[in-house]
Design a protein around this ligand. Structure first.
Ligand code: PMP
Length: 443
């Protein structure tokens, strides 16, 4: 069986090299396109930059104003906002762009303390710690929490930052079938005898790691069922809410609110500020003791420069808008809008015959292309019609499960969505990705 595993590994590497070579020579223009405006509902995609043969150092750019179906701008805070932007500008003047210090050595401004209190209150946990990058939040925290002799049980489609954090921890890793509580139960049963107390098990700690909304699947976590399995085996629950915090739930508080889960049942709630809040960075929330422990042990807290003050101000201000603490009802309107937009767009795509992954209420909508050779045609034809889409391929997905990943925003108007649907329908016919019969249009 080792021989077989070796051969499989070699074959995978071979296909990976072929795919890398093919994508570098054929797909370059579909990725890494420069953008020259904020990632609002519409944005400027740079088609060409020329620099005048280097004679005058004059750079000219040709841009295509596109409908943006790719950014994670769920609540529309990526663009200038009447409440957030003036405060961010004031903050920049007061604190400047960087603290130029680590959190423990002068990098904790009054704003950082306010941010952590604000995030803990919003998420519904006793305390929070924030980091300058969402990716680092997962990859740096898991190695602090888990180590040799511990067991991490990870959803098979967890984000790369979780995978790297789990690997870096040195803990034993087991993977359960994507979003399948019964398989999680089976994996846990294999690892520990049923009903043993925490102190009599072969593992120091067991942690189950899941996401609120899966970023490549658009699917909501089956959190209530996962939690009941974890309770049965006394395993900790770690929830990554990068795509769900701010985006779902009546008041934007994520999947716990949406699915009626008590936040006390989730031991560690992680999230990022890069999606719904139009900023950067990530957070961990949990018990006061846990957060205090992380503040003295986590290398990303001790040795990295703290999150930029204007970025922190953007998060505080956008959370205030979501909670209606700016004195307006814009937050509630944005939340209603993203739900309405997401459900409308998903159902229209399905009626057209596309294969769309994910659940209702999720603003993440992968459209299956399957064959990676369809990526360049789909991406270029959409762009020609001024619609920018994100396409996802191997190794972010299995080789033959390429997809376009649509992210819907509260900033999209109904006209924007109708235009997007028209373009996607035309291009979908050209590329041949309507795998189901279309529903007849109502007269
Ligand atoms: N977790 C998940 C589930 C993600 O999808 C991402 C990135 N989109 C991250 C963590 C990393 O967050 P960031 O982009 O803010 O660094």
């Amino acid at each position: 069986s080792y021989g077989l595993l070796f051969a499989f590994g070699q074959l995978r590497d071979f296909f990976r090299r072929i795919f890398d070579w093919w994508s570098q020579s054929n797909l370059q223009d579909c990725f890494n396109r420069p953008i020259s405006s904020p990632p609002d509902a519409w944005f400027d995609v740079v088609e060409r930059i020329s620099n005048d043969n280097n004679k005058t150092l004059k750079r000219t750019t040709r841009v295509n104003r596109c409908l943006n179906l790719g950014s994670y701008n769920y609540l529309g805070f990526a663009a200038a906002d009447e409440y957030c932007t003036p405060r961010v500008i004031e903050c920049l003047k007061k604190f400047s762009a960087s603290t130029c210090s680590t959190r423990i050595d002068g990098g904790t401004t009054t704003l950082h303390a306010e941010l952590e209190e604000c995030v803990a209150n919003f998420v519904g946990k006793p305390a929070a710690i924030v980091f300058g990058m969402g990716y680092v939040t997962n990859s740096a925290i898991l190695p602090v929490l888990m180590g040799k002799g511990s067991l991490i049980i990870s959803d098979s489609l967890n984000h790369n930052s979780i995978v790297n954090g789990a690997r870096g921890s040195g803990a034993t890793i087991r993977v359960f079938q994507h979003n399948t509580p019964s398989h999680l139960d089976k994996v846990l049963r294999e690892q520990i005898a049923d009903g043993q107390p925490r102190t009599h098990r072969p593992w120091k700690k067991i942690m189950v790691v899941v996401e609120g909304i899966y970023s490549m699947e658009g699917e909501l976590c089956k959190l209530p069922e996962i939690i009941s399995v974890c309770k049965k085996y006394k395993a900790y629950v770690y929830l990554d809410e990068a795509h769900s915090i701010g985006a779902v739930g009546k008041t934007g508080r994520g999947v716990c609110e949406l699915l009626g889960v008590d936040t006390a049942d989730v031991d560690i709630m992680m999230g990022t500020f890069t999606k719904s809040f139009g900023s950067c960075g990530g957070y961990i929330t949990g018990s006061k003791e846990l957060i205090q422990y992380l503040k003295y042990t986590c290398p990303a807290h001790l040795y990295a420069t703290s999150i930029s003050p204007p970025a922190a101000q953007q998060i505080i201000s956008s959370i205030k808008v979501v909670l209606g603490e700016d004195g307006s009802s814009r937050g509630a309107q944005k939340l209603a809008r993203i739900r309405e937009n997401s459900n409308f767009f998903r159902s229209e795509l399905q009626k057209m015959g596309f294969e769309v992954l994910g659940d209702n209420d999720s603003p993440v909508m992968p459209i299956m292309l399957y064959n990676p050779a369809k990526i360049p045609a789909f991406s270029r034809e959409c762009l020609k019609r001024s619609v920018a889409v994100v396409t996802v391929a191997f190794p972010a997905t299995p080789l033959l499960l390429a997809r376009a990943r649509i992210c819907i925003s509260a900033a999209h108007s109904r006209e924007d969505l109708v235009k997007a649907l028209e373009v996607l329908s035309t291009v979908g016919d050209m590329v041949g990705i309507k795998y189901f019969p279309a529903e007849p249009k109502k007269q």
